[in-house]
Design a protein around this ligand. Structure first.
Ligand code: AMP
Length: 536
């Protein structure tokens, strides 16, 4: 076996992780230690203190919820104080805490772990089972991430790979990997749409395929729309029905709630195959010393009406993404489905209605992302030429006065890309030039994700500064320094969004005092000079 086949393609999912490798130019899945093709992305500390990963960790979730970490993909690379993490607090059965650099971290047993550490346990497990399966050491991987992942999240996934002993050759966007699994080496010339409805998020990408040139034309999605929202609709329905039947509210019982969530998801999955199910949870509660059983029938029609608006939302997002590029749904030659929730019959029906054709069969929604990542890994150094032109899913920019967000790199810019401008003068003579960098769609920085702060010697004012995005969509900043030429500048990330908000407010107050103008009306000197350069 050549070395190349030992480069893994890893789809590190919210719910499950999948691994593939390429042999004789064909991508194949690597089975787990239990012989499955998916490994639950779950890490736990058992009562005895053992670290458990995968199926065995998931199995004990019900009895040991506080020490079972799932859904790490939603937390990794995010600040503890970010809105997303604050909104998630209390929704997970384990404790989310603030890590040493202000990042979200989790408590497992007596210890606090960073999210890259948690994900590294999953990746190390994947490395181990792959080594057993392939019969040799595995040290390299391509790992996929959602297209909407920001710079911090991508960097954190790379870090997780490094901690697991893997050299991460490339971070690739999941929809792009799915497109590769569908179209690599097939000499296609067409536009395709990747519809990815996973456990927690919805992602859509439109690509143009021209032989082995894969160009992402547009991308979009909703980071709070996924299978779990479908489950929650069933959970609410079950709770209401149970309350109507027994006048008992189960919301206060964490164990009952966990059982209902599990039952709701199982019912939803069964309804993909069969038209009617019964959710049966014996001894869900006790009433006056007598056991209460839960038994609630659910039909596919009922599920469809409970969740139709969620499905409609996905198509509204598809239309928006297509509309931005002036592409009509009928121009899409194939719709590729990714993510477990895309198996729902209602989704498939609506795809047929909306695009005038059924979704592509033969591309496996669970496996295609890992397979695409493996094909990309295998293409490095191989004779099969492959060009990926991905797109930036969320703008990157800097904070301006009044906490506003000024875009530097626009959404849907083809990557790799860059933008340069002259460094402005510092706020005060002799001081550092300070730039706070954010990524997101909002015109207010507080709603966007903080990426870091640039602190640059004030003497460099007027020199060229470059914001560069690599093919992995990772940001680097380079300054053309007088003697040294292009010099990278590190992003300091110790400032939290709160300290920046305070600094911006302070800046506003100072300027208001000195000019008498209302906050937000006057610009910091350095920002107005940037603006002059842009508009000039
Ligand atoms: P993923 O993040 O791609 O692993 O997707 C996981 C989500 O897909 C979970 O919310 C599952 O409940 C859901 N799912 C998996 N299989 C099915 C199925 N056959 N029908 C409906 N939903 C499913």
């Amino acid at each position: 076996m050549g070395d190349k086949s030992r480069i893994l393609g890893i789809d590190l999912g919210t719910t499950n992780t999948c691994v593939a490798h390429v042999r004789n130019r064909v991508a194949k899945m690597v089975p787990t230690d239990r012989g499955n093709l998916v490994l639950p992305s779950v890490v736990a500390r058992s009562a005895r203190g053992d670290l458990l990963v995968g199926g065995i960790a998931k199995d004990q979730m019900l009895t040991n919820p506080k020490n079972t970490i799932y859904g790490a993909k939603r937390l990794i690379g995010r600040q503890f104080n970010s809105r997303v993490v604050q909104d998630l607090l209390g929704h997970f059965s384990y404790e989310i805490v603030e890590g040493p650099s202000g990042e979200a971290a989790v408590r497992l047993g007596d210890e606090v772990y960073t999210l890259p550490q948690i994900s590294s346990f999953v990746l190390a497990h994947v490395k181990r089972i792959s080594e057993q399966f392939l019969g040799g050491e595995v040290t390299e991987a391509v790992i996929s991430v959602p297209a909407y992942y920001n710079d911090n999240q991508r960097t954190a996934v790379k870090e997780a790979g490094r901690l697991a002993g893997l050299d991460v050759k490339r971070i690739v966007n999941e929809p792009t990997a799915a497109a590769l699994a569908y179209g690599f080496n097939r000499a296609l010339e067409q536009k395709i749409l990747v519809y990815d409805l996973g456990g927690g998020t919805f992602d859509v990408s439109v690509l143009n395929l021209n032989a082995n040139v894969f160009e992402v034309l547009a991308t979009g999605g909703d980071t709070f729309l996924g299978g779990v929202d479908f489950d929650n609709r069933i959970v609410d329905y079950v709770l209401e029905e149970f309350q109507a039947q027994t006048r008992t509210d189960l919301r206060q019982s964490p164990i009952a709630m966990q059982r209902i969530k599990t039952g709701a998801e199982a019912a939803k999955i069964d309804l993909t195959l069969i038209p009617n199910v019964v959710i049966e949870l014996p001894y869900i509660e006790e009433h006056k010393g007598r056991p209460l059983d839960l038994r609630i029938p659910l039909s596919r029609e009922q599920l469809n009406s409970l969740t139709a608006d969620l499905v409609d939302r996905t198509f509204a997002i598809c239309d928006k993404v297509l509309g931005e590029k002036g592409i009509s749904p009928r121009e899409i030659a194939e719709v590729i489905l990714v993510g477990g929730q895309s198996r729902m019959p209602l989704v498939q029906e609506k795809i047929r209605e909306h695009f005038g054709r059924p979704a592509r069969k033969g591309v496996h929604p669970d496996e295609c992302v890992a397979q695409g990542a493996a094909l990309l890994a295998d293409s490095f150094g191989s004779l099969d030429s492959l060009t990926l032109l991905d797109a930036l899913s969320m703008p990157i920019g800097i904070a301006t006065t009044g906490g506003r967000f000024r875009k530097i790199l626009d959404r849907n810019s083809t990557i790799p890309c860059g933008r340069s401008f002259r460094l402005p003068a510092p706020r005060q003579a002799g001081a550092e030039i300070v730039m706070d960098i954010f990524q997101g769609e909002s015109d207010q920085v507080v709603d966007n994700e903080y990426l870091g702060t640039l602190r640059i010697d004030g003497a460099l004012a007027g020199r060229k500064i470059d914001f560069k995005l690599s093919e992995e969509c990772l940001l680097s900043v380079v300054i053309d320094a007088p003697d040294k030429g292009p010099t990278p500048v590190e992003l300091a990330t110790k400032d939290t969004p709160e300290t920046i908000k305070e600094a911006l407010a302070e800046d506003d107050r100072r300027r208001q005092q000195s000019s008498g103008a209302p906050p937000g009306e006057v610009r910091s000197g350095f920002l107005s000079s940037i603006r002059r350069i842009w508009s000039g």
